[in-house]
Design a protein around this ligand. Structure first.
Ligand code: C5P
Length: 315
């Protein structure tokens, strides 16, 4: 998150993320799944700005308002692709939670410019929530440290704490245990997002549990893959990434949405370094050798009419 101060209103970028590797290690009693995943933040980002609103004189909490506007690459799509502005918006939930835990009574006027597609597996809603916590921490003068905010963020959603890492990280548990990694050379990617979205919960439900129960993590190559990926990343050996990337949720998403296999087939015909589903979908992405390679493959993919094609890079 990058902070810019303008009087009492502040603005941040809320980056999208990609899971270069995602393994499901098992089911948990609380309904979640135990994960091991390596995530990188992207330059593709939403923008959030926030101004504090005073509580009313009758002692009621200040109101929280979120105004949402779509921008490129979302701008070409219809309004239904924007998140709700009310209670179900993760930003509102995050701010309510922060108020409850900090005792703050201020409200907030939030402007959200949405560029990250919804229900894409790119973490847009989670990143917006993380950015909102970070902004409110400042404009409300709460002054919590990053660790404390990240711990609260886990109550908003499993992916939200990752966005406090400020760079690539391995996430474990249900996603909320974050191990920060050293910064990377930029990774150039092409992302395609179809019109359809998938619910994260539906994708986890569609996992083949029998296969999952048969696979101890060591047997399905989990730790070996992650180690390989980390080594290739440390050396900046992007051409090797495809050997180690993987997303256990891809088959489950493909069982719900045939488009996933169409995307996989289209990417497989091109010389991507590696390609797979983004998180729980529905976006699909490919890693490229450099920016020019990404632009070239994006031009070809646009002719396949699979969905909205975006070129971006890790940051
Ligand atoms: O934590 P979050 O609200 O983002 O999760 C959305 C849904 O995704 C959960 O309700 C759960 O069904 C599923 N999920 C899971 N295991 C995880 C993370 C999410 O089963 N580690």
């Amino acid at each position: 998150m990058y902070l810019r101060k303008a009087e009492s209103r502040r603005t941040v970028g809320a980056p999208a993320k990609l899971n270069l590797y995602l393994e499901v290690l098992g089911r948990r009693d609380d309904g979640y799944h135990e994960l091991e995943t390596l995530m990188v933040p992207l330059q593709l980002c939403d923008s959030l700005s926030m101004a504090p609103v005073l509580p009313s004189e009758s002692g009621r909490l200040g109101p929280v308002h979120v105004n949402v506007r779509g921008a490129f690459p979302l701008a070409a799509r219809d309004k239904q692709e924007l998140p709700p502005a009310g209670e179900e918006n993760l930003i509102v939930r995050a701010l309510e939670l922060l108020r409850r835990h900090s005792g703050c009574q201020l409200g907030a006027e939030v402007d959200l410019v949405k560029r990250i597609p919804l229900a894409a597996g790119l973490g847009g809603g989670s990143s917006d929530a993380a950015a909102a916590l970070s902004l409110a921490n400042r404009v409300w003068g709460i002054g919590w440290g990053r660790e404390r905010l990240a711990a609260l963020a886990a109550e908003v959603g499993s992916d939200v704490p990752f966005f406090f890492a400020g760079g690539p990280a391995i996430c474990r548990g249900r996603g909320e245990r974050v191990e920060r990694l050293p910064r990377l050379r930029p990774l150039h990617v092409v992302i395609v997002k179809p019109r359809w979205g998938l619910s994260t919960s539906d994708v986890y439900q569609a996992l083949d549990y029998q296969a999952l129960d048969r696979q101890a993590p060591a047997q399905c190559g989990g730790s070996e893959r992650l180690a390989g990926l980390l080594q290739a990343m440390r050396r900046g050996a992007w051409s090797e990434l495809g050997r180690w990337m993987g997303n256990r949720l891809q088959a489950a998403a493909a069982a719900l949405l045939p488009w996933v296999e169409q995307a996989q087939a289209a990417f497989a015909q091109l010389d991507f370094v590696g390609h797979q589903l983004a998180g729980s979908g529905t976006a699909y992405f490919g890693v490229c050798r450099q920016a020019q390679h990404a632009r070239r493959l994006a031009t070809i993919l646009r002719t396949r009419q699979l969905g909205l094609v975006t070129v971006t890079r890790s940051c």
